[in-house]
Structure formats: structure tokens, C-alpha cells
Design a protein around this ligand. Structure first.
Ligand SMILES: [Fe+2]
Length: 183
């Protein structure tokens, strides 16, 4: 049996834009610890696209090939998040590497385009930069109890400080998409 902290598993799943509850519900949880068999650890490692060594916090050989790693468009993990019963984002993983496991680049498709459906995410621990690749993106964020918004156009980028609650929706009828890099 392998024991991990519940917190570390939550952090990894949040970074990978997966649902911590869904991941945790598959294992035996004792207080702040998660107990897994080796088979379960192997499956978890595949699901999170993190090596077993990374999950266990051990050093390991790099997954780079002559200093680089390529991730093909057809091979990445993909998940559509649902907020208030509506499709909100589709997260498409870009390349990840064990030499920088907390680096999480994503292509994000935005499905919502009305202000009434905005759900702020409560903020996350990672730092984030976004870059608009399609359509017009309306970004909402909250600071000191005030909610702000700004329209971002193709080629615009924004920095989001850790802990700042935010959301992205399409500003019009056209499809909107952005690249989000979290680390
Ligand atoms: Fe974010």
C-alpha cells in the first residue's frame, strides 16, 4: 500500500484541471491521507499524466528528448467542465513534462457567451497567463469584493495573480478560445 497526502492529490488534480472529488472518490481516504495499491497508483499516474516518481516526490530520469518534448494534438487529455448544468470550458492539454511538473499549458475552448452564466472559479494557487487565439473573450475577475470585466481580442494577453478568482466567456456569438499557461 502507498500513502499520499490528500492535499497533494488535490493540488495535482486541480493543476491538471481535473475534479479533485472525482479523483479522491476512487480511493480509500483516511483523514488527510489517501491509501492506494500499486495498481491504483499506476492508473493515477496515467490519468494525471505524471510519473509515479513525480507523484511520490522522487527524482527520476527526464522525459525530454535531446532537450525537448513534443506533444501531438491528437494525443492530449481533454475535458469539458460543467458549471450550473452548462458546458463551460473544454480544456485541451498541451505538452507537459516531468522536468517541470507544475507547468500546465492548455488550449481552452469557451462555451458560454452570456453574462448571467458567469461562474468565477474562486482562484487557484498557480500563476496564469492567457493569450486569446479565437474570437473575443470577456474575462471577469474579483478583487477586494468587486467584480471587474475586460474584453480581450485575438493576440491580447493577460496575467492573473494566484488567488484571483476569474472566468472567461465568449463576448459574442463567435467561437472563442485561448491558450492558458499555469505554473
Ligand atoms: Fe485559471
Amino acid at each position: 500500500m502507498i500513502t499520499l497526502t490528500k492535499e497533494s492529490l488535490k493540488d495535482w488534480s486541480e493543476l491538471r484541471k481535473m475534479l479533485p472529488e472525482e479523483i479522491l472518490s476512487q480511493y480509500e481516504v483516511q483523514d488527510d491521507k489517501v491509501v492506494l495499491t500499486y495498481e491504483q497508483l499506476k492508473k493515477l499516474s496515467e490519468k494525471l499524466d505524471l510519473s509515479i516518481s513525480t507523484i511520490l516526490g522522487k527524482s527520476e530520469p527526464s522525459d525530454l528528448n535531446n532537450g525537448i518534448k513534443v506533444s501531438r494534438a491528437s494525443e492530449g487529455y481533454k475535458r469539458t467542465s460543467i458549471k450550473n448544468g452548462k458546458e463551460y470550458y473544454t480544456y485541451n492539454h498541451l505538452v507537459t513534462t516531468n522536468v517541470y511538473p507544475t507547468l500546465m499549458p492548455l488550449r481552452v475552448e469557451l462555451h458560454v457567451n452570456d453574462n448571467q452564466s458567469v461562474v468565477l472559479n474562486g482562484g487557484h494557487d498557480s500563476t496564469e497567463i492567457v493569450y486569446v487565439t479565437k474570437g473575443t473573450v470577456k474575462m471577469h475577475w474579483e478583487n477586494d469584493g468587486h467584480v471587474y470585466d475586460v474584453d480581450l481580442y485575438v493576440g491580447d494577453s493577460a496575467y492573473i495573480h494566484p488567488g484571483i478568482s476569474h472566468s472567461f466567456i465568449a463576448a459574442g456569438e463567435d467561437k472563442a478560445e485561448l491558450i492558458a499557461i499555469n505554473w
